[in-house]
Design a protein around this ligand. Structure first.
Ligand SMILES: Nc1nc2c(ncn2[C@@H]2O[C@H](COP(=O)(O)OP(=O)(O)OP(=O)(O)O)[C@@H](O)[C@H]2O)c(=O)[nH]1
Ligand SMILES: [Ca+2]
Ligand SMILES: [Ca+2]
Ligand SMILES: [Mg+2]
Ligand SMILES: [Mg+2]
Length: 617
């Protein structure tokens, strides 16, 4: 909504423009007036809409045509004044004044016009007969009013209408020609209806209408008023009421009625409460609230966020099967201007056997967006009506910004719930298979289809609590690893047991990026079902890890009868959550490490022996 209003009065000489302004200001009719009144400003607190308002006079005897055009450009609304007793001043409305206003305004937005018939005290018959055809011809005319500067009749009304035409314009909402709401208005109101229809039965029941009323107008609706509203709709639009509640068409009808009765401000209040600007687009302040995320801090959904999102899931899971079918998901996003999630999503988080998002997968996806792209996350929450339903000032209430990781490291504990793990290794090592295994999907069995993302996300239990772990695969060959890419909560360096060159990459990545850092590291030996090749590195991976006080490489394979072993993911999460423990733990337990190192060697040997025996069969 505009923060000030500039009203310009134009019209033929001697119709009474200056007198109208003087009458408003002094509350009495001035017998003598100058040709042109000084610009006056009415302070916000004495105007009905509480917006400072400037009133500007025009006089042909004092101003040039250029000056007039300049003033029209600066005006927010133009009052074309005529004399109700003078046909020639009425004729000039369409032959001169409205074309002049239109040609001065910029081509995209027409300046609203109000027709003001002055000197009604001298009037014989009403001028309405001559005025109505003009109103029909020019849709930019908001309204017309007959008044008298002499009797002080309708003077404050005139300025009130002018103010309203600026603050609550008709044009975006309503086509006077077709006598219906504009498509943009229908779209905006439909979104509002869908958000307010909390149980998603297509009807606003009494509770939902009260909630809506409270949200928009901060006051409750009396039971009588509620019944009145419903009966007005029922009488005029019978399919506007169903099961004693308001349907979407009833809701649209009601808003049209407000507008037709000149109560635009009611519909505008509703639209603005739900974030619309004067063009019926959601305003930036609403979609992108300011949120500062300092360096070394991350963003997570908090319980307000999860509670709201779960509610939305349950609302749209109409068949209550615990998963969102494509149609259900489509409906969930019906309040969005575009579909926000690509098909990749279905390979980033868990789905059911049909490939549909379960509540768990859905919450994981939101967690993911909140962590990696918090501004989009808040934008989406805005479309979904978070502030309305959760009764919060802005979407920032759904987000927790974690404290700096430096503090976590100092204190030796973290309040974070979401951790980022980089899975780094040469191309073809099996990173994607590893990432998909985290979702319980076996790439070798073609459990998953479609586009793979470089990310997967799931929950992992740490000390009985669910934590989110994000895996992000990074090919080391394609781009030389940048420090910013290396940064994470835990690094998973992956080499291919069957490729003699692959460990070299991991070893150099480790030395370059992690050896001196406080980021815990785990080595994973992939394709553990294949015969192990001797790595072309001075020392064996086991020796390398031992030397650098790391856990021995974890052997991982997707090709085992019982499917991939997922224990590694708990290990990664644990290392991410307790980075400070790792070094200490490892240095005091080196004896035990040596034991596990030995055990691994035997296990590998065992496998090799088995393979050799199998060959001989
Ligand atoms: N009876 C009657 N006379 C009015 C009314 N309003 C203005 N007049 C008279 O009409 C004449 C012109 O009024 P102005 O206010 O000077 O008209 P204006 O439109 O400002 O004229 P310009 O500045 O020359 O363009 C004056 O004699 C006013 O007293 C009214 O409501 N009723
Ligand atoms: Ca409902
Ligand atoms: Ca469902
Ligand atoms: Mg004048
Ligand atoms: Mg890959």
């Amino acid at each position: 909504m505009r923060r000030d209003v500039r009203i310009l009065l134009v019209g033929e000489p001697k119709v009474g423009k200056t007198s109208l302004i003087m009458s408003l200001v002094s509350e009495e009719f001035p017998e003598e007036v100058p040709a042109r009144a000084e610009e006056i400003t009415i302070p916000a607190d004495v105007t009905p809409e509480c917006v400072p308002t400037h009133i500007i006079d025009y006089s042909a005897s004092e101003q040039t045509d250029e000056e007039l055009q300049e003033e029209i450009k600066r005006a927010n609304v133009v009052c074309v004044v005529y004399d109700v007793n003078s046909e020639s001043t009425i004729e000039k409305i369409k032959s001169k004044w409205i074309p002049l206003v239109n040609s001065s305004a910029n081509q995209w937005s027409k300046i609203p016009v109000i027709l003001v018939g002055n000197k009604s005290d001298l009037q014989g018959a009403s001028s309405m007969e001559s005025i109505l055809p003009i109103m029909n011809q020019f849709t930019e005319i908001e309204t017309c009013v007959e008044c008298s500067a002499k009797n002080l009749k309708n003077i404050s009304e005139l300025f009130f209408y002018a103010q309203k035409a600026v603050l609550h314009p008709t044009a975006p909402l309503y086509c006077p020609d077709k006598k219906e709401l504009t498509p943009a208005c229908i779209q905006a109101l439909t979104r509002i209806f869908n958000i307010s229809d909390q149980d998603y039965d297509g009807i606003l029941n009494d509770t939902e209408m009260n909630f809506f009323q409270q949200h928009c107008f901060r006051n409750p609706l009396s039971p009588e008023a509620l019944e009145d509203v419903k009966s007005v709709v029922w009488k005029n639009a019978p399919n506007g009421i169903k099961d004693d509640g308001l349907t979407l068409s009833g809701f649209l009808f009601l808003n049209m009625l407000f507008i037709q009765r000149g109560r635009h401000e009611t519909t505008w209040t509703v639209l603005r409460k739900f974030g619309c600007d004067d063009n019926l687009e959601l305003i930036d302040d609403y979609l992108y609230p300011d949120l500062q995320v300092p360096h070394n801090c991350t963003t997570e959904l908090n319980h307000y966020g999860y509670q709201f999102l779960q509610r939305i899931f349950e609302k749209y899971d109409v068949d209550k099967d615990g998963a969102l079918s494509p149609t259900e998901l489509q409906n969930l996003f019906s309040v969005f201007p575009y579909f926000p999630w690509s098909s990749e999503v279905f390979n980033v988080v868990c789905t059911d056997s049909k490939g549909w998002l379960t509540l768990h997968g859905y919450l994981c996806q939101w967690t993911f967006t909140a962590y990696l792209d918090v501004h989009h996350c808040m934008e989406y929450l805005g479309y979904l009506g978070f502030t309305t339903i959760a009764n919060q000032e802005s979407q920032t209430a759904a987000i927790t910004v974690t404290r700096s990781k430096m503090i976590d490291l100092e204190k030796g504990q973290t309040q974070r719930n979401v951790f980022l793990c980089k899975v780094i290794g040469p191309k073809g090592t099996g990173k994607t298979a590893f990432l998909q295994a985290f979702l319980g999907k076996n790439l070798l069995k073609n459990d998953s289809a479609g586009d793979f993302s470089d990310y997967t996300l799931n929950t992992v239990q740490i000390n009985g609590q669910d934590k989110y772990l994000i895996l992000n695969e990074v090919d080391v060959e394609t781009e030389f690893l940048k420090a910013s890419v290396a940064s994470c909560d835990v690094a998973c360096l992956m080499y291919d047991i069957s490729d003699a060159k692959s460990f070299n990459y991991c070893a150099s990545i480790y030395k370059e990026h992690y050896m001196e850092s406080r980021i815990p590291c785990l080595f994973v030996a992939s394709k553990a079902d294949l015969p192990e090749q001797k790595q072309e590195h001075g020392i064996t991976p086991e020796e390398f890890c031992y030397k650098h006080r790391l856990l021995a490489p974890y052997h991982f394979t997707c090709r085992s009868p019982e499917g991939p072993n997922t224990q590694i993911f708990s290990r990664l999460a644990l290392a991410a959550a307790f980075p400070h423990l790792n070094e200490a733990e490892l240095s005091t337990s080196s004896y035990w490490l040596r034991v596990t190192l030995g055990a691994t060697a035997v296990a590998v040997l065992g496998l090799a022996v088995y393979k050799a025996l199998a060959k001989h069969k």
